[in-house]
Design a protein around this ligand. Structure first.
Ligand code: ADE
Length: 248
């Protein structure tokens, strides 16, 4: 999968995204992450890419022309007409579902803003999707683009060593993942749940399913409404939600 990231800070995104799992995937040729330095497309000798906002107000606005030229340079390298994602707190909130949808694309373009924003006209001209990574304001779109590239990339076949680890995990089917344990069996007086040492796969699966349900109920009850639950799941949730006095 190919990502183009239009930014004023190419080193920031390239360093982070060529580390660990994504770095190895890039070496294997599964991912190709290219940073496009907007500043190199400035049309003045001082390489300025921002100016004062018309109508007054604080801060500077990124100008349309360098961004448009950066975009044209991306277009020259792409096959089709890739989606262009502008990172902004005003966008649709990113989710695992959106990551799954975007992972089906062959190429994606990200546009990272800075200062007080970007001239609206270039957004109208080139952007297909506006996306936020949450209800808070960052100093620029780079961290948001990196979050998205990471979440999308790990869904690309072959990027994770173990295909299973993307199969059952938090948000899969709108349930949070069950707790995990590794050696030793006892640490600081805390023992690994006995069922995990039993070697009984059926019981382990059942326990994990119940832990997922329990965690989701406690931490993210909003997700349960969208989860596909079996009759057995519902019975379990009913049982744990019943107050002791109701049992009498
Ligand atoms: N740029 C600044 N804040 C952002 C956010 N929350 N999400 C995406 N892009 C941003």
């Amino acid at each position: 999968m190919k990502f183009f990231i239009m930014t004023l800070f190419p080193d920031m995104v390239l360093d982070a995204l060529h580390t660990s799992v994504l770095g190895r995937a890039a070496e294997k040729g599964l991912l190709d992450i290219e940073a496009v330095d907007i500043r190199t497309f400035a049309t003045n000798k001082h390489k300025r890419v921002d100016d004062y906002p018309y109508g007054g107000g604080a801060g500077l606005v990124m100008q349309a022309e360098p961004i448009y030229r950066a975009y044209q340079s991306v277009q020259d390298k792409t096959q089709g007409n890739p989606r262009v994602i502008y990172l902004t707190p005003q966008g649709r909130v990113f989710s695992q579902e959106m990551a799954r949808e975007l992972a089906k694309e062959e190429e994606l373009v990200f546009l990272c803003g800075h200062y007080e924003g970007i001239d609206e006209r270039v957004l109208e001209e080139i952007v297909t999707d506006q996306v936020s990574i949450g209800d808070y304001v960052l100093t620029g779109g780079e961290l948001a683009a990196m979050v998205m590239v990471d979440a999308i990339s790990r869904l690309v076949p072959g990027v994770l060593n173990n295909e299973e680890s993307a199969e059952f995990e938090s948000f899969e089917d709108n349930l949070l993942e069950y707790p995990q344990y590794s050696r030793p069996e006892e640490w600081m007086g805390r023992r690994v749940p006995a069922v995990l040492l039993s070697g009984h796969h059926g019981k382990v699966d059942e326990w994990r399913r119940e832990q997922s349900l329990l965690r989701t109920l406690e931490r993210r009850p909003d997700l349960l409404e969208k989860a596909r639950l079996t009759d057995k799941d519902r019975d379990f949730l009913d049982k744990i939600q019943k107050k002791p006095c109701e049992d009498a």
